[in-house]
Design a protein around this ligand. Structure first.
Ligand SMILES: NC(=O)C1=CN([C@@H]2O[C@H](COP(=O)(O)OP(=O)(O)OC[C@H]3O[C@@H](n4cnc5c(N)ncnc54)[C@H](O)[C@@H]3O)[C@@H](O)[C@H]2O)C=CC1
Ligand SMILES: O=C(CO)COP(=O)(O)O
Length: 338
């Protein structure tokens, strides 16, 4: 563990709370910024965030506040864990508060509409002087809260930042690995959410394991093909933040994106599903942005096109899956075998 330092986590949902608590458990002072004063009071007095992680005891080193300036005062590192649609607003408010040496790390797995911007792009635009990075991996918050071992990848602009974040977060049950491919790590975390929705539909349709295996392989090929086209390192997609996160999110009922897929596969309308959810499922927004970007660049994405047709063109799920499974797969196969 590194010398004790001070960090802030912005966003008091499930993932922000878990990451804040891991850092606090490693002996560092953590301020968790959230909007709901009642929840902040509960965290500070009962050491629990019962709305998102009931029964998970929070460390004494973790203190919640609803005042952003208070949360980030005198901290060396800020983690941002709000949904992608709020990311720019939150980060913009930081500009007047952070000295330029404060490191900012995104935990968010999404894409901003209008220009296909990743969260690290938003950090570069809003906080151009601050060093930045992303943390991504197969990290279901509830499993981490239950003490199950998990691994994650820190990717940033320098090896020194990676080492610092590793030392801050690494523990016996949360293993942190380093990557220099910030773009690929971040893109993997955002893209896999779309394929988790498809996997959930497959689960609702009671696909056999062979079919699931094929769907996962084709998902990996498709998301890697897209990412490599945009400049990511293909090897990143064979690691924890690529296939690792894809596998977890496409197979766990704890994944919100997978849950959306299961409900869709059972015939529930999308608006009803989203209306009933009190947590973010980033894959829905990512789907439309991914399709637009892939179409613009002429990238072959049959699974994305199929899911889009189910959600927005009212095509029957069974027909779409039938088409998807039997379309020309040469490009997918080529990627996997070369
Ligand atoms: N839950 C998980 O297992 C993991 C989630 N992530 C990613 O982390 C991000 C956050 O996810 P969760 O914590 O799970 O979501 P969540 O839905 O559990 O919580 C999001 C929190 O952000 C707050 N929020 C929304 N807009 C805000 C704003 N403008 N200002 C301040 N707070 C705001 C909400 O009130 C809520 O407390 C997502 O992009 C997700 O994909 C990444 C890894 C694992
Ligand atoms: O990113 C996650 C696991 O790595 C969480 O997935 P969901 O957002 O689908 O719950």
């Amino acid at each position: 563990m590194s010398d004790a330092c001070a960090a802030a986590v912005l966003g008091g949902g499930s993932f922000g709370t878990v990451i804040g608590n891991i850092i606090a458990g490693n002996g560092h002072r953590v301020s968790l910024w959230l909007r709901n004063p009642e929840r902040a009071g509960e965290i500070n007095h009962k050491h629990e965030n019962s709305e998102y992680l009931p029964g998970y005891t929070l460390d004494n080193n973790l203190a919640a506040t609803c005042i952003l300036a208070e949360a980030v005062a005198d901290v060396e590192i800020v983690f941002v864990a709000v949904p992608s649609k709020s990311f720019r607003d939150v980060v913009r408010d930081l500009a007047a508060l952070l000295p330029e040496q404060t490191i900012v790390i995104s935990l968010t797995k999404g894409i901003e509409p209008g220009g296909f911007r990743l969260m690290s792009d938003i950090l570069r635009e809003e906080l151009p002087r601050n060093p930045r990075g992303v943390l991504s991996g197969p990290n279901l918050a509830r499993e981490i809260a239950a003490g199950q071992v998990a691994g994650s990848v820190i990717a940033s602009e320098t090896a020194a930042i990676n080492t610092l974040i590793h030392d801050l977060l690494h523990s016996d049950s949360f293993l942190v690995y380093s990557s220099a491919d910030m773009f690929g790590v971040e893109l993997g975390g955002a893209l896999k959410n779309v394929y988790a929705i498809l996997a959930g539909i497959g689960a609702a349709l009671e696909f056999g394991e062979n079919t699931v295996g094929m769907l996962l392989t084709r998902s990996l090929a498709e998301m890697s093909r897209f990412a490599v086209h945009l400049g990511a390192n293909p090897m990143t997609f064979l690691g924890l933040s690529g296939v690792g996160d894809l596998f977890v999110t496409c197979s766990s009922p704890l994944s919100r994106n997978y849950q959306v897929g299961v409900a869709l596969g059972k015939g529930q309308p999308l608006d009803d599903i989203l209306g009933e959810m009190d947590q973010v499922a980033e894959g829905i927004n990512t789907l439309g942005l991914l399709k637009t970007e892939a179409d613009r660049r002429g990238i072959h994405m049959p699974l994305v096109n199929g899911l889009y047709a189910i959600l927005y063109e009212q095509r029957p799920v069974v027909d779409v899956f039938d088409d998807m499974m039997h379309t020309e797969e040469q490009q997918d196969v080529e990627f996997v075998t070369h």
